[in-house]
Write a protein that binds this ligand. Structure first.
Ligand SMILES: O=C(O)CCC(=O)C(=O)O
Ligand SMILES: [Fe+2]
Length: 209
């Protein structure tokens, strides 16, 4: 049988980012464009998106994006003072978890989903270094929809790096990335369409640390 155009065109070659004290790999074409577009629609419709609030220095703020947390029943998670109870996996989230696990050779038990509705949504500089993630966590981050910039900031130098995350891409952060760098998605004044980001993580049970 003739190989489809799709198979022969599909190039999943990763790009290794040469960031000191970090281990970051980018797969620009992880999910083929037609499937990525389909998933963008399905994820927006099937995920139970929530408007969360966050308490910082005793003040309450609205989180500038919609969020949801899915995972195994026992994978509860603290995120900036917010306890997230996982929802039960959807079919698509399980399918995506599986392909991320195959590529990273890591097991995940949960995913944090973010919906950036437009350029006014973003996420401030932070590291995913909560103790529940363990030391040197592996985080697999999938992007769908509008391209948004992920900005990296080194903790002990002025080094910065801007990485545009395209629809259908996978970004794997591991090793010392969370210990030595912060990252964030800056707001933008440009008229931007929605973007969904999924970060697959492995939450350690209380008994593990
Ligand atoms: O949207 C992104 O690419 C990053 C999201 C993120 O950093 C997080 O959920 O911790
Ligand atoms: Fe993050």
């Amino acid at each position: 049988m003739q190989q489809s155009l799709f198979d022969s065109d599909y190039d999943n070659t990763p790009i290794i980012l040469h960031m000191p004290d970090a281990d970051v790999v980018y797969y620009p074409n992880f999910i083929p464009p037609p499937r990525a577009s389909e998933l963008m629609v399905i994820l927006q419709q099937t995920i139970l998106w929530k408007k969360d609030q966050i308490t910082l220095y005793g003040k309450i703020f609205n989180v500038p994006r919609l969020q949801a947390w899915y995972g195994d029943d026992d994978a509860a998670y603290e995120y900036s003072g917010l306890t997230m109870q996982p929802q039960t996996w959807t079919k698509e989230l399980l399918e995506l978890k599986k392909i991320c696990e195959q590529t990273t050779k890591t097991q995940f038990n949960s995913v944090l989903a973010n919906l950036y509705r437009n350029g006014a949504d973003g996420v401030g500089r932070h590291a995913d270094d909560e103790k529940e993630l363990g030391q040197n966590p592996v985080i697999a981050s999938l992007s769908f929809g509008e391209t948004r910039n992920l900005d990296f900031y080194h903790n002990h130098s002025t080094q910065k790096l801007r990485l545009p995350l395209e629809s259908g891409s996978l970004l794997v952060m591991k090793g010392g990335t969370q210990a030595n760098w912060q990252h964030g998605v800056a707001k933008s004044k440009k008229v931007l369409g929605p973007r969904v980001n999924l970060t697959f993580r492995s939450i350690k049970k209380n008994s593990d640390f």
